[in-house]
Design a binder for this molecule. Structure first.
Ligand SMILES: Nc1ncnc2c1ncn2[C@@H]1O[C@H](COP(=O)(O)OP(=O)(O)OP(=O)(O)O)[C@@H](O)[C@H]1O
Length: 119
């Protein structure tokens, strides 16, 4: 139990570090909060909530992994290195792909509700 608590504290430290240093993570969290509020207002179904929450988890988790990769690359390759750049770019691309998919999913879920309410 103590070991589990320790792991939880280490993970929380990582979360705080990423939140303090990564503007993109803060922007993703603001977007996530906005979508959650919109979802509450729109009265999403259980399936819609599940899909939205999975998208948020995917984007935030990949942003955290991207942050870890950036720090690791800076540690092992402080000098300019072509492959180090590729590693960072590919890690950043993973976040971009998830964020674009999350945006499309949000449009698919929210657009019909906004459209129906508007007419
Ligand atoms: N050591 C390096 N060698 C080669 N290219 C690098 C190196 N460090 C960074 N780069 C290139 O510069 C880009 C930006 O790097 P940086 O570390 O500033 O990432 P970032 O995504 O802007 O991070 P942050 O979220 O901290 O601003 C990388 O995506 C990569 O193309």
């Amino acid at each position: 139990m103590r070991r589990f608590l320790k792991s939880f504290i280490f993970a929380a430290k990582g979360l705080v570090f990423a939140f303090q240093t990564q503007l993109n993570l803060r922007l993703h969290l603001i977007a996530a909060l906005s979508v959650l509020l919109l979802g509450w207002y729109a009265g999403l179904s259980a399936v819609e909530w599940t899909v939205i929450l999975l998208c948020i988890a995917l984007v935030v988790a990949l942003e955290l992994v991207n942050t870890a990769i950036e720090v690791l690359v800076d540690l092992v390759s402080p000098e300019w290195n072509h492959k180090a750049g590729i590693v960072k770019d590919v890690a950043a691309a993973s976040v971009l792909v998830a964020a674009v998919i999350a945006l499309i999913v949000s449009i698919v879920i929210f657009a019909p509700k906004i459209f129906v309410n508007a007419v």
